[in-house]
Design a protein around this ligand. Structure first.
Ligand SMILES: [Zn+2]
Length: 388
């Protein structure tokens, strides 16, 4: 196994040349897994070296378990686009959608870490309407992130029927024929398609004529991907990047660049640029009635009797940013009194707010209260806070 690793790192046995590496154009790989059985063979820093050697500017990574993705993300936050795979180990692809603990795990991780999407998950036909997948679709909507679905056309249709504004990245383009992929892209404007683990769209640096038609008709929907579903597949990341550059060069420049990296970057930016309700420290995130809220204190360690501010992000189900009102207050439930000052809240951007003039005048158990004024009514959420 160690020998395999060094072969990957030094490029031994691989077919790229130094010249083509130095001339490499940017590339985003939308389909990388770093699952538990790869961790020993290829430690995180070494895996990052492979991705960089392939000339990737972005890599969408999802892993069984998610800890693999977190390891890579910590090692290279500029490169890794974290995607939350709902699997703890290999072998859950056929059971997860009937396993309620999966929904709980996904909800917990979404509240703790930052993700651009949920997937890659395997889901076919009517199973898409089972309770666990439904919960996954609604969590993606709540957090404004995409779904990476290894699915047939029917399951993709069912996901969009559940949530019309969902964004779906169709893994392997559903292994469907080019004309069927085109039909799906025409039907769903928020559907993207990765070409992972497929090769029939190009040979010898030439794009297949049927696929060329589809690429030109939908230049902003396709992305490339390697799919490192087994540890040995990490061998192919660099090779695959080289092969991709060759056939992309056969397409008009702008279309080639879109498929090479721009479409992936656009989707990642949409997901990660949305109101961020997931990066708060533990205990600073709360969700209710389809709304998620997270806050950060400024300064981080607030002092008794000293004014402080709060930066707050609010997400809501669907992709519209929360544009209602927000009130912030704090009280001591045991003492039944609030603060001595009334804080001012102002909008600070898409779904984000800043509250100033807060002050806790006593040590003890406080509760921050948030009151959202939404179109559908008032939603109240609270988070306990101990002032030391
Ligand atoms: Zn995969």
């Amino acid at each position: 196994m160690k020998r395999l690793l060094s072969a990957i790192i030094v490029g031994g046995g691989l077919s790229f040349s130094a010249a083509s590496v130095s001339a490499q154009s940017p590339l985003a790989d939308a389909h990388i897994h770093y699952s538990h059985d790869a961790w020993d063979m290829l430690p995180a820093e070494e895996a990052i070296k492979v991705l960089r050697r392939a000339g990737l500017t972005k890599a969408f990574v999802s892993s069984s378990s998610d800890e693999g993705t977190q390891m890579l993300y910590r090692a290279a936050p500029d490169l890794i686009v974290p995607v939350l795979r709902p699997y703890r180990r290999r072998g859950e692809t056929g059971t997860w959608f009937r396993d309620a603990t999966v929904g709980d795990m996904v909800a917990k991780l979404l509240a703790r870490n930052k993700y651009a999407g949920i997937g890659e998950f395997h889901l076919f036909g009517k199973d898409a309407d089972l309770p666990v997948p439904r919960r996954i679709v609604s969590l993606a909507a709540q957090y404004g992130i995409f779904l990476h679905a290894h699915s047939d056309a029917e399951a993709v249709d069912r996901i969009f029927a559940q949530h019309a504004a969902a964004r779906v990245l169709w893994a392997h383009s559903g292994f469907a024929a080019p004309e069927d992929v085109a039909a799906m892209l025409a039907k769903h404007k928020n559907l993207w398609s990765d070409l992972a683990f497929r090769s029939e769209h190009a040979a010898g640096g030439k794009v297949d004529p049927q696929w060329r038609k589809v690429f030109l008709a939908f230049p902003d929907r396709f992305m490339i991907g390697t799919d490192t579903y087994a540890p040995e597949r990490w061998y192919y990341v660099i090779d695959h990047a080289e092969w991709s550059r060759q056939w992309l060069a056969d397409l008009p420049g702008e279309v080639a660049e879109n498929i090479a990296y721009r479409n992936a970057e656009t989707l990642a930016r949409w997901a990660l640029g949305s109101p961020d309700c997931t990066t708060g420290a533990p205990g600073t995130t709360v969700a209710k009635d389809g709304y998620g809220l997270s806050y950060q204190l400024e300064p981080a360690a607030i002092q008794v009797g000293q004014p402080f501010a709060m930066n707050i992000s609010v997400c809501q189900a669907g992709e519209t940013p929360f544009d209602g009102g927000l009130r912030v207050d704090a009280m001591m439930p045991a003492h039944k009194h609030g603060m001595n000052y009334k804080p001012k809240v102002r909008k600070a951007g898409r779904g984000s707010f800043r509250a100033e003039g807060l002050m806790l005048h006593m040590r003890g158990e406080w509760r921050f209260n948030f009151e959202l004024t939404a179109a559908t009514g008032v939603v109240r959420m609270g988070v306990d806070y101990t002032q030391q």
